[in-house]
Design a protein around this ligand. Sequence first.
Ligand code: PGA
Length: 259
Amino acid sequence: MKKLVIANWKMNPQTLLEAKRLFHSIEVRLHKFNHIQVLIAPPIVFLPVFAHSQHYSRLCSQNISFVEAGALTGEVSASQIKQFKVEYAILGHSERRMYLGETDDMVVKKLDLCFQHKIHPILCLGGDRLASKTNIKNIILKQFKNRTKRVSSNNLAKIIFAYEPTYAISTSKNVKPETGEFASQMIKYIRLLVAKKIGKDKALGVKVLYGGSVNKNNVYDYASFQDIDGALVGGASLNSDNFYDVIKEFNHQASKQSI
Ligand code: PGA
């Protein structure tokens, strides 16, 4: 199975020119890799610009609205982004929960809309202001239950999960990086929760990524664990050399693991 690495640019860069430069400097080097799929998640305003530029990467939205259409100032709907060759969307990121008041019920509605519009959802778990190493399993369980409660088994198998403990995100106040070992245990746990709903065999086909301060210096620690199907990369994806090293390592480990 190919690994998946996502560049989550968040609200960066500030100009279209910089965004184009960054996009092309990533895209131009991707042809070398056969064991990996790269997604680029720029700010929504740049999505139309890249709609026809990707040859090797795929476009991902950082969010969609929880409603289909209507009087929602500032929101962008699934059908609107779908017009720009967007194939994936990140849902339930902790920054949206902490700073914008996103609730689990909104995430449930966003998941529904992704399935309706055939957008692959990347569902974050573990993002909570109060997350710590001791309660992270409970947070994962609670969010998993609350967010997937309306999802059919068929659709559950289509979700890409991202284990994203808030305390490990590079911009968190007291950032505590996660070890590959611990991340891999939590990823096994998420796969177990999925398996309880859709069976072990199908759950093995579901991708579970890790996100939180992944960069060129620590990527080996994550990529070397076979359970970790890839990474959601924030800060390091804003530097194409740093991001390139992350991709290269995941590709390398995936090529070894597929033997
Ligand atoms: P980070 O961000 O790699 O900068 O920690 C990850 C994320 O929030 O998706």
